[in-house]
Design a protein around this ligand. Structure first.
Ligand SMILES: [Zn+2]
Length: 189
């Protein structure tokens, strides 16, 4: 929202507030029509000011993140974190992430992800580990199309693979060669 939009929208919304304050049982129809016109004006201003997509999840931290339909907040990232926390409660401290693990991506590495279901997971090789690079698909063909697009992208990773997640994980196909890359020490940028 630019400054002009902010000013106009603020004025329009304050005006609506004033209409609300002045509203009584005796408010005449002509006045209500004015309110209606002002309300429409405010809505138009709001529509012009809104940029970006409506949120895909109900998560305040990841409103546009990948969706997990089974999570109460629809957030795959938070649900993954919650599942990992529940799992480490059962498994003890050894299941905690190792401090030298690669930086978590927005999708996390496979071990952090939800329990197996019938899904197809697009993964990329990040130099240290395979990691999820998109929302898990219910359809294999859709996942393959997604990976094909990723491989053609301008910042394509070294390697991709498609994993079938059911009662266990099964690697179906690998593209490229995953070579282990040492993590650069901090301060060496
Ligand atoms: Zn979240």
């Amino acid at each position: 929202m630019n400054h002009a939009q902010l000013t106009a929208l603020g004025r329009a919304l304050r005006l609506l507030g004033e209409h609300g304050e002045a509203l009584t049982g005796d408010t005449p129809d002509t006045r209500l029509h004015e309110v209606k016109a002002d309300l429409k004006r405010a809505l138009d201003l709001l529509q012009d000011s809104v940029t970006g997509a409506a949120p895909s999840t109900r998560c305040p931290e990841h409103p546009n993140g990948p969706v997990d339909e089974n999570a109460h907040d629809l957030c795959l990232l938070c649900e993954t974190r919650r599942r990992a926390a529940r799992r480490s409660e059962y498994n003890g401290p050894s299941a905690q992430p190792h401090p030298t693990d690669p930086t978590p991506s927005r999708y996390g590495v496979r071990e952090d992800r939800p329990q197996p279901q019938q899904r197809w997971l697009p993964e990329l090789w990040n130099g240290q580990a395979w990691q999820l690079c998109g929302t898990p698909r219910r359809d294999r063909h859709e996942a393959e199309l997604y990976l094909a697009a990723q491989r053609r992208g301008p910042r394509a990773a070294m390697a991709y693979r498609l994993v079938h997640e059911f009662t266990d994980y099964e690697v179906l196909r690998v593209w490229g060669t995953p070579v282990r890359v040492d993590i650069e020490p901090l301060g060496n940028l």
